[in-house]
Ligand binder design. Structure first.
Ligand SMILES: N[C@@H](CCC(=O)N[C@@H](CS)C(=O)NCC(=O)O)C(=O)O
Length: 213
């Protein structure tokens, strides 16, 4: 498979962790987000949304998958061991809700595209960063409470990392990047500490990618 990403793309990072947890290797192609390479014609043919990641498959007639959570679930369905989701429906729904709280409700609101639009509307860099900080802090505080409902430990939902954890760790990186207050999320930070002990998370980290600046 070929993973189209960028070292600091948190959505691509989720997929890197999923591939590592599954023990799958991928060829990596990099698209520089700050230079707008995600909008090049060649990449738009792969993902008309102009967003990273995209995963080109070597099977399934060379299909291209987009949307990090859809990609992670595809990997989980095609390589079920170790699982990224619990088998029991209620537990699965809780893990998906946590992952989507990050991937659908926090990350898109602080994404590059949105911050650029805010800039075009006249918000200066400090105001844009304050926007991102607040969105992330508020969203992660809710995630902390979601864990209190369904969580065990040391990972988000029990003794093994999965879909929730691979969303959480990159989002905490973005939180720090924008200077969000993390004092209200001690449990999330404990989960992060457990994750970063694992090689699957370590080798997926942005500064370990060949295109890191
Ligand atoms: N919901 C999408 C989000 C993809 C996304 O927003 N990717 C970012 C990088 S983390 C991107 O490509 N941004 C480019 C832009 O905003 O122009 C997913 O989970 O794959």
């Amino acid at each position: 498979v070929i993973l189209h990403g960028y070292w600091r793309s948190t959505a691509a990072w989720r997929v890197r962790i999923a591939l590592n947890l599954k023990g799958l290797s991928a060829e990596h192609r990099f698209h520089h987000l700050r230079r707008g390479e995600q909008r090049d014609a060649g990449f738009l043919r792969l993902n008309p949304q102009g967003l990273l990641p995209a995963l080109e498959l070597d099977g399934d007639r060379g299909a291209v998958l987009t949307q990090s959570l859809a990609i992670c679930e595809y990997l989980d369905e095609t390589h079920p061991v170790p699982p990224l989701l619990p088998s029991e429906p209620l537990a699965r729904a809780r893990v998906r809700a946590f992952a989507q709280a990050i991937a659908c409700d926090i990350h898109p609101v602080q994404n590059l595209k949105v911050l650029n639009r805010l800039g075009a509307l006249g918000l200066d860099e400090e105001a844009r960063n304050a926007w991102a900080r607040e969105v992330i802090a508020e969203g992660l505080a809710a995630c902390e409470a979601l864990l209190a409902v369904g969580g065990g430990g040391p990972f988000c939902f029990g003794p093994a990392p999965g879909l929730a954890d691979l969303c959480l760790v990159p989002q905490l990186y973005n939180a720090r990047r924008f200077g969000a207050d993390l004092s209200a999320v001690p449990r999330l930070l404990r989960v992060e500490a457990a994750c970063v002990e694992l090689p699957a998370f370590q080798t997926a980290a942005p500064d370990r990618q060949p295109d890191a600046e």
